[in-house]
Structures are given as C-alpha cells and as structure tokens.
Write a new protein. Structure first.
Length: 630
C-alpha cells in the first residue's frame, strides 16, 4: 500500500523508521516537506517523490494513506487537503490546535468516507483494556479519582528547535505547544481512556494551573483537574523541568487499592503486586489493515474528542505564569525545579493541584512581568503554629524580600496575612495563648485557616474562600479574601481585603492578649512580619516616629523602613496600629486593641501596603499612601 509522509524531520524521522519496519506491507511513495531529506535518512525506503504540495503528491503517487507529522497548527488544513485528495489520514498527536479545527477534521473524514486515525500510541497498548477490566471487575473497589504524573528534563534548546516551539500563538495562529498538550498529551489521553471518557461531551470543565520556568510563553510545568460528565475527577501534573527522567504514569485510585499504568512501557501494577508488561499495536499498521480489510481503527478521530475538550480549555486559559528564578536550579542546560518530580507524584497521589499543596510559586502575584509576591495556601506546619495561608516571599520591584516566615524568635509568624489570637476561644495566631492572671500558656486551642478554593484568579492577584476552624469542630468563620497587586509611580501596592462571616449562629467575640490583661499586646488582624535581619529600621507616621509613639496610634498611614526598602501601611476604618521594632520588625492592625470586638454577622477590613525600594521620607511615604488609596 502506497503512503506519503508530510513532515520527514523532527518527529517525522520516527515514521521513517516505522516505514522501514513495515517494508513489504507499505511503500513510501512520496514525502511532502519544505526541506530536503538526506539520502542516509531514506536508506531502505526507495526513491520517494518530493513535493511541498500534499494533495498533488497524493494524486500523483496514488497514495492511499497520508501520514501527517507536521507542526500542530498545520494538522487541520493538511488533513482536510489529504482527505479531499482521497487519502486516509494518520495525524500525529495532538489532533489539532483548536476544538474548531478538530470538528472540521472529524466532519471532513465522515463526509469523505475515509479514516482519520490519531497518533496516540499509548491507546494501542493491550494494557489499556486490561486496566479497564480490572476496574470493571471491582478489583480496587469504587474508583475515587485518576492521577497522572510526568517529569522529564528538557534543555533550553528544546524550546528553540523551531519557530513554534514553546509558543501558544504565532503570528495570530494558535499553536498550544504546552507540556500537557504536546509531550504529555499521551498522559492526558490515556487517563481519559482509562476513565472511559474519550468522546465529545465527556468533559464538563477543567481547572488549569499553567507555569513556565523557561523563557517561553507556553507551559513547561502544569497541573489540571478534569471534571467529567460521568466519571471520577482526573488530576494531571507534569513538568519538563525535572533533574532526571521518570517514566510518566496513570494511577487509578479506588476505595480498596490502586492500579498504576506506566503507559510508556505498557506496564500495569495492582497495589504493590507484580508488574505485568503488555504488547502494543502499531497505529500505522492498524490503519493499513483497516484500509485493506476493514479492521476496526484503534484511535479514530472521534475517540480524541474529550482530549480536544481538555486542550481547548488549556488554549483559552490565562497565559502561563512564570516561576521565579529563586526556585530554579540554573546550573544545567536548562532551568530545573528541585523536588518537582516528587511534587507531581504527590499531585497524582492526592489528586490535588500545585496550589492546593501549598507550593508558593503556584500562586504568584505579578506587577508587569515581575513576580512580586507568592502565596502559600496549605503550609505544612504543626497545629501550634495555627496553620494558615500567607504571602511570602513578598519582594520590592528591585527583588528585595520584605517578609519572613517562621523566624527563630516567633516561629508562628508567617509572612503577611491574617492572624487573630482569640476568635470565640480559639487561637488563630499560633504560639502560646495569654491567660488572664497566668500569662502565656500552651493550650490545646489552636485553629487553622483552611483554603477552600479560589473564586477568581489572575496574574495580579486572587479572590479566595477560607474556613476558620479547630480540627474536629465545625467552622466558626468563613472568610472571603481578596489580594491584588497594583503598580504605582514608585514601587507597587498590595491591596488586601478580608470579610469574616460568622457561622456560629450567635455573637462571636474577638479578643487579644491585651483584652485579657497584657498591656500593649493588642495584636490580631492583618499582620506583616518583616525580616529579622533588617538593619537601620525606622517606623513613622506623618506626625510621629519611633515604636513608642506610633504603637497604638490611629494615623491614616504608617511606614516601616529598612536600609534599602520601605513599607507604607494604610487601612480602612479606625483600628489602631500594632507595631514592633525593638523585639522584632512587624506591623499589623488591631481588631481588639484593648476591648473585645463582638460581631454577629460579618466583619470587613481592607489594608493597602506600599512596597518600595529605598528609604522613603515622610513626605514620599504620604504621597505613595495617597496614590495607593486612590
């Protein structure tokens, strides 16, 4: 059977090898390419015709099959041209660059009465029906979710190998060359196949967290959660920034165990049992048999409809966010992310996204093209630290870090966030609890602020829902938090708002150590811990300077300045300022300065913090506070 190959370079060279293995069954009649192919690459393949015109080449050679191993955005037009010329098609994955292009291809194949097979080789593995059989026979009980993990290294040159590499768009054309849509596309398609969710309509929504460490516009490190119309959630986490290669896999979680399918080597393992290896069919050979005798296609185009729904969700998602260089190892041929292989495995194991694991770079906050802050949603901390989401590191535009986490003097101080010593008798600050007439005591009263979900998110910030609760108890507060970075004429401002909604059904009391008898210890509310190693600290308002004078004041703004940075705090309302300089550098608002605060329904607060390089004067600080407020 005569075939033509469109795209003989790059991945197309693999098809030249496959055509050699199928000598006697197929004949390479023609090559469609814009570059010549060396005689060495064509050894054993005869003398195929060359042309840059695929339909003409098909007609001239009488080819029955056209293999398309060309850049992603060319798949649709070339497939339509090949079908119109009368050839069956084998198109490399991903099927197309857009869902609309997929629909054009599927419709054209049906109207022409010709086959269109897609090169998802993992779907040709005999391991796949075996995994489905194990699930159907209740080997691991009810399936609760499917995880995907993939970690490969790629040099920086991988993303410069062609004009479309590492691009989401090029000259207005969709490319979608990301980690999940190209190198790990097999992983996504395999997970969907395991779930029995392969055709259009199977996917209802996709949550996407897309990042890049390389200087590219597409993603090289990503996690997604796929919600199905009928099936368990699928979480896929992959990276091209690993320090070494691990074989990617799909893991099926059940109520009584798990099944691991290492799809690149066709291996299946149930729990900790023995590994079994299965054979794999060749999709080109299968297409030849289909054309000759009507054998069923293994990966007909309609079988990739659900994958294309996932690709489309990634295509229209916000552009990937950068991972700051201080998280990268730059000693090799490309940026590597230490620990990333374990992280993607944890995502697949827990069925959680990067941000849900508390990875700070997974929630970057940007001003222009700079990451100025990162947000940790689920810190791994002991309960005595009152675990809660926090911002750290927060940076000036010049890169100076102006927050600190778990300093030796107060290990429960966590960057910038909300911390309250006593909400309805529960400690959401961390550390010891002040008891009247007894002093600070270690009590079993610590609570957590649990990240529930992001309700809005982009590169400049997010909106978030949290629940405040003691372990084993019902939540006492639901918080709606909003965090956003705003560029200023000098530096930038962090706008931080939070609304506490009382869930107890009765008045809720907020207290501080001061309300229990410790004079001056009215801390509790928004709190910013600055680095302990800061030198030359200065704290001032428009009218006063020094900790003794500004602590407890109600000035409209307050500034804390180090040797080469300045923070200017402003807030809505009339809460006093809590200030520390001599003992440690920290600034916060005091919800309950010296009197308990009782609220029945909700409590709202808004704080703006100017983050600037340099040591500002009082007049400069006042101007920036006014600009941030406007």
């Amino acid at each position: 059977m005569r075939v033509v190959l469109a795209g003989a370079h790059g991945f197309g060279s693999h098809y030249l090898n496959r055509l050699r293995r199928l000598a006697g069954q197929v004949e390479l009649a023609g090559i469609c390419d814009v570059r010549p192919v060396s005689p060495e690459d064509l050894e054993g393949l005869g003398t195929p015709e060359f042309s840059a015109d695929l339909p003409e080449l098909i007609k001239r050679t009488g080819a029955r099959i056209a293999i398309l191993a060309t850049p992603i955005p060319t798949h649709a037009d070339l497939a339509l041209a090949a079908l119109a010329a009368g050839a069956h098609v084998l198109v490399e994955k991903p099927t197309a660059a857009t869902l609309a292009d997929f629909e054009r291809m599927e419709r054209a194949a049906a109207e022409a009465g010709l086959a269109c097979q897609v090169g998802f080789q993992s779907l040709a593995s005999a391991a796949l029906p075996e995994v489905r059989r194990l699930i159907a026979e209740d080997t691991i009980g009810r399936v609760t979710g499917i995880g995907v993990a993939g970690a490969w290294p790629r040099p920086a040159s991988y993303f410069t190998r062609s004009s479309w590499s590492g691009r989401r768009r090029l000259d207005g054309v969709d490319i979608v060359d990301g980690a999940l849509t190209n190198p790990f596309a097999h992983a996504v398609a395999t997970a969907l196949a395991v779930a029995g969710a392969e055709e259009r309509g199977a996917v209802t929504s996709v949550e996407a967290e897309l990042f890049h460490a390389n200087a590219i516009e597409s993603d090289d490190t990503s996690a997604i959660r796929i919600h199905l119309a009928d099936g368990p959630p699928i979480v896929a986490a992959v990276t091209l920034c690993a320090t070494g290669r691990d074989e990617p896999y799909v893991v099926v979680h059940g109520e009584r165990g798990k099944i691991t399918f290492t799809y690149t080597v066709d291996e299946v393992r149930v729990g900790d049992g023995p590994v079994r290896r299965f054979p794999r069919a060749d999709l080109l050979e299968n297409l030849v048999e289909h054309v000759r005798s009507g054998a069923p296609l293994i990966v007909p185009i309609h079988r990739t409809g659900a994958f294309m729904e996932v690709l489309e969700a990634i295509r229209v998602a916000p552009d990937p966010l950068p991972i700051a260089t201080d998280h990268q190892d730059l000693s090799g041929e490309g940026p590597a992310l230490p620990g990333i292989a374990q992280l993607v495995e944890t995502c697949a194991d827990r069925l959680e996204l990067f941000s849900e694991l508390g990875v700070s770079w997974a929630v970057p906050i940007m001003v222009a093209d700079r990451v100025v802050a990162e947000y940790v949603t689920r810190p791994d901390l002991p309960i005595t630290a009152a675990p809660r989401p926090y911002l750290h590191p927060v940076r000036t535009l010049g890169g100076t870090v102006v927050t600190e986490v778990q300093p030796a003097d107060h290990p429960h101080h966590l960057g910038a966030g909300v911390a309250v010593t006593d909400v309805g008798g529960r400690n959401f600050w961390g550390g010891r609890t002040f008891v009247r007439d007894q002093g600070p005591q270690w009590l079993d009263d610590h609570g957590t602020q649990r990240h529930v979900s992001f309700t809005g998110r982009d590169s400049s910030g997010f909106a978030e829902t949290l629940l405040w609760q003691r372990p084993g108890e019902d939540p006492v507060v639901r918080e709606e938090r909003s965090v956003r970075a705003v560029p200023l004429s000098r530096g930038w401002a962090l706008d931080f708002g939070f609304t506490l909604r009382n869930l107890t059904g009765a008045p809720l009391t907020i207290q501080s150590s001061a309300t229990k008898g410790r004079a001056g210890a009215g801390y509790g509310g928004f709190f910013w811990r600055a680095p302990a190693a800061s030198r030359g600290l200065r704290v001032f308002t428009e009218a006063a300077e020094g900790e003794e004078l500004v602590h407890g004041s109600r000035a409209p703004w307050l500034a804390l300045a180090g040797e080469d940075w300045t923070l200017v705090f402003a807030r809505s309302g009339d809460d006093p300022w809590f200030v520390r300089v001599a003992q440690y550098p920290g600034v916060g608002t005091a919800l309950a300065w010296d009197t308990p605060l009782v609220f029945e329904d909700e409590l709202l607060r808004q704080v703006s913090v100017v983050v600037a390089d340099g040591r500002l004067s009082a007049s400069e600080a006042a101007e920036l506070a006014l600009e941030a407020d406007g």
